[in-house]
Design a protein around this ligand. Structure first.
Ligand code: DON
Length: 307
């Protein structure tokens, strides 16, 4: 297997390389300046072996791919009931930055859209943590999923904070419904810091493999979150991870997944493999164009669809 998989990955990257459709995220100036030609793919097996091709050791910001992992931390730190009371599990069928709140309660429809993820950020760690301690809980947790200490890109973070009006509006709305109970500005600041954590494609594959391995990081052997939490997270990734493209993804790729606007994309197949791709040009849903093509190919070539 060892020599065959990298060849297969290199060939798959070669086949999507000529697709230059889409654009890097434009609403965060630092991301708009990213090199759009970057391309990488990695497979992390649940025994810890990693196979990769292309730019798998280039760092970029995790963005929305942090959402399922912080959902896992919140469920693990606070328990299911308090988290489910605040954030639902229904697909919104809307873009990631739509408001998407239940009309009577103000509860965000799911934790993968921004409204849900901002709320979930506020639920990571113990309730009495201050904003700095909560960010540290988040970075520490993401690092445990990756199996190495992750750092933050301060420039991307500052750049997004300057253009965070929509997330601030969502957070104020959540505060008005008492879904958020603390200062909305501090929570958005923490959420944007969470999105600015730097990862490589290799890290993302290992983080996905930790989910595939029922919460145990294949390298460190650490049980990062309990198994029932992983089942909940993967279920929500399956139904909501690709926003308003979630239905297309479920039929065509058929594995739990999550995308980020820096161009990362992960998929986790329980008991088998974590997959990650990186290519910054995005489609109209905010998902990586070449990443989606690569996942469609991997799913079809290797029969990964869960159905
Ligand atoms: O909330 C935001 O706007 C971003 N920092 C994260 C969004 C994101 O990655 C959406 N995913 N495709």
């Amino acid at each position: 297997m060892r020599p065959i998989v990298p060849d297969y990955l290199a060939e798959a990257l070669g086949d999507v390389e000529s697709d230059t459709s889409g654009d890097p995220a434009g609403y965060i100036p630092e991301l708009a300046a990213a090199d759009p030609e970057r391309l990488g793919a990695a497979f992390a097996m649940i025994d810890g072996e990693v196979y990769g091709a292309g730019d798998i050791d280039i760092e970029f910001t995790i963005q929305s791919i942090s959402k399922p992992f912080i959902y896992a931390l919140a469920l693990s730190d606070r328990g299911f009931d308090p988290v489910l009371a605040k954030v639902g599990v229904e697909p919104s069928g809307e873009a990631f930055n739509e408001i998407s709140l239940e009309s009577d309660t103000g509860r965000p429809l799911n934790p993968m859209i921004n409204a849900g993820a901002i709320t979930v950020h506020s639920l990571a760690g113990a309730e009495d943590l201050n904003p700095t301690e909560r960010v540290e809980r988040v970075v520490h947790g993401l690092s445990a999923f990756a199996g190495r200490r992750l750092m933050m890109d301060e420039a991307v973070c500052a750049s997004e904070m300057e253009h965070a009006h929509r997330n601030l509006a969502i957070a104020h709305m959540l505060r008005s419904h008492n879904v958020l109970t603390k200062d909305p500005r501090a929570i958005v600041d923490g959420y944007i810091r969470q999105c600015s954590v730097l990862v490589t494609t290799r890290d993302l594959a290992m983080m996905a493999a930790t989910l595939a391995n029922r919460g145990i990081n294949p390298l460190s052997g650490e049980q990062v979150v309990p198994e029932p939490v992983v089942r909940q997270v993967l279920s929500v990734m399956f139904s909501c991870g690709m926003y308003d493209a979630a239905g297309d993804w479920a039929t065509q790729v058929g594995i739990p997944a999550k995308s980020g606007v820096a161009g990362g994309l992960i998929g986790a197949l329980p008991g088998q493999i974590g997959i990650a791709t990186f290519s910054p040009r995005l489609d109209s849903h905010g998902n990586s164009v070449r990443g989606v093509s690569l996942f469609e190919r991997f799913s079809s070539d290797m029969g990964l669809h869960v159905m």
